[in-house]
Design a protein around this ligand. Sequence first.
Ligand SMILES: [Fe+2]
Ligand SMILES: [Fe+2]
Length: 356
Amino acid sequence: MADYVTPGFHHVTMVAKDARRTLTFYRDLLGFPLVKQTVNFDLPSSYHLYFGDEQGRPGTILTFFEWPHAGRGAWGVGGVHHVALAVADEAQQLKWKRRLTDAGVPVTGPYDRTWFTSIYFADPDGQILEIATEGPGFAIDEPIEALGRELIQPKPHRLVGGRDEAAIRALTHPEPVPAIDDVMRLRGIHHVTGFTDDLQAADEFYQRTLGLRLVKRSVNQDDPDTLHYFWANYDGSRVLPGSDMTLFGWPADARRAREGAGQTHHVAFRARDEEQLTGWREHLLAQGIEVSPIKDRNYFKSLYFRSPDGLLHEIATDPPGFAVDEDSAHLGATLKLPDWLEPRREEIASALRPLD
Ligand SMILES: [Fe+2]
Ligand SMILES: [Fe+2]
């Protein structure tokens, strides 16, 4: 059992209508290198783009299926509300607010979320993104050895209605921010927040299947009647960055998520290697969870299953990574296909619009 504790997120996959527009936004505006351009292995007529840090390390990876004809998705139960990306501190966060605002992307916040500070915006498809500070962390209002035991009520000045919204709106970096330096650079997935209509079932699921632990019980500061639970890789003395899955608890008759553009398709967690992934599969099956066979995604091996709310999850291996089929200094430079699609390269490539 102790072996089946994921260290955190491997990647998040979202749906976009236009790969070129997505490239411009994530690479040029947010500064994530494109680490792989390939196609959806299950639907090779469309792009699958991978962004991440320079090497595309697990935990930094954001991937996009291009579905040109997709309708607009909608968040709800069984879906993701937003994906949060980590930034060093509030000063760097304000630079992002300035950079995005200057580029015509509306930004809200910074909001003091007690355990981190957050700004929010949307990508061109409407996917909600957050940039969250790494600190101060979950031990700011509970002892580190007793996280998640008490329901924490946020301070009134942090709640909607009690905040100085005009002052928050006015906060920004004083100068334009045309370039992204290393201090400012986004550091990967901070947390992912979705919706459940059964917090108790979700709690059991994240603890038993993924080995994550409940590290905070609170309410949504923007909607204080809604409970907000946080799970993470936590051993009683520290919370691993890049492992925090959070859910808003909605009533049982709440609206369901709808797949489509601007929505998260699935959330992947890490496994050490293929041998461990095989063990994960047995571990999930033993709990009565329906699990896909192990699939070869070329850059990792994967299996898929759903949360009780229907959110698609994946467990993906760290190895072999993105340098398996191209030089690590030139990741993402050309269209890469897995061996079994290589014979169809001409047909596949001619159906795709060039990215640059
Ligand atoms: Fe995936
Ligand atoms: Fe968030």
